[in-house]
Ligand binder design. Sequence first.
Ligand SMILES: Cc1ncc(COP(=O)(O)O)c(C=O)c1O
Length: 425
Amino acid sequence: MSSEPFNKSFSLYERAKLKIPGGVNSPVRAFDPYPFFTRFAKGSKIIDIDGHEYIDYCLAYGPLIFGHAFPPLLEGVKEALERGVIYGTPTEQEVELVEMISRAISSIDMVRLVNSGVEATMHAIRLARGFTKRSKILRFEGSYHGAHDSMLVRSDPNSYGRAIPSSLGIPSGVVDNTFSLKYNDPRSVDELFSKYGSEIAAIIVEPIMANTGLRIPQPNFLNELRRITKQYGTLLIFDEVVTGFRVGLGGAQEYYGVDADLIAYGKVLGGGFPIGVIAGKEEVMTLLSPTGKVYQAGTFSGNPISVTAATIILRELLNNGTKFYSSLEKKRRKIEMRLRDFIRDREIGAVITGISSMFHLSFTNTSGGRKISSSARFSLLFHSLLAAGVFIPPSQSEICFLSAAHDDLDVERTLGFIEEALLKT
Ligand SMILES: Cc1ncc(COP(=O)(O)O)c(C=O)c1O
């Protein structure tokens, strides 16, 4: 890591704040005192404008399973650009891509391409409402399905199961149709359905919850959601924007052996280019316009650059098979096991959780007998790691990702830095 100060990031931040609210174009990128501004990134490293290099476990919040600037991706996209940026007409590549997606995920009959995860979940919800002709949706506390109105909610502390807006600007009428329950508690779902089941269009769930730390489904939770939704004619939507193509080619559906009716994908599939996917069974998907009456559209949907990127990523994943995922998992296991032992042996009030190529460190509200909030302790960890040359997501809610570009040396160095940093928390 360079010993240069952060002068350029600081002055860019001062300029950015004048024209961009908070100086960032997505709130999670902000951190105190100011974020570093990136000059370039390659493989497992991200390099800031002041010359500091970081081993990157944020990986743009998940998409970069092959690491930054993956050479086959760059090459393919450069070639695609020569043929034009966007046409507004269908292309052969779109057909090939959606055929590949349905080959990779056997439960899927049909696919609609969109531009992001938020679009995918928003349209999946509309589609479920259109298909069932019902209005209500159940989601789970702590999940994130993108910043759209019906999902920007939290549980109402005064009315069990009900949701209230978690942002200004959302009319209460919109969230009156959203229920919010605890994740991993199928009994509460059963109870809710016994009252409202016939009004609920869909349950939307992150099968592995990855937006309030990392929460693994308890045995049978997803199966129970499947059973209950079948019983009440409700659709089950898996939000696999994080887990899709990340926990295996078939995502969480394959990992847990539970098929959803609709699935939203994004992140990994585009390799860093914006793409989202709504996928599902033919009888539901054909309700989308123009064949059906659920309207959904997008100028950039299926654009040739994102489609090319997704095709390259998917081809690589298909060619590499399960070996690819098991080698990522091996790195994560090493991190998780070493840190678990370290935390236990030193009696540090912290918990490491991991699955597949994702991991997360969370803190308790005490350290060495002192009261210190978990967020203050996380901030100490984050800044110690940053100073050492390791970039993890700046919020305690976000999780760390591994890529194929992270080598043994990266992992070994990171472990040393995390252990040192943990001692300061
Ligand atoms: C589970 C989940 N769903 C949906 C989204 C929204 O995706 P995007 O930010 O690509 O629109 C995210 C984003 O982090 C997510 O984690």
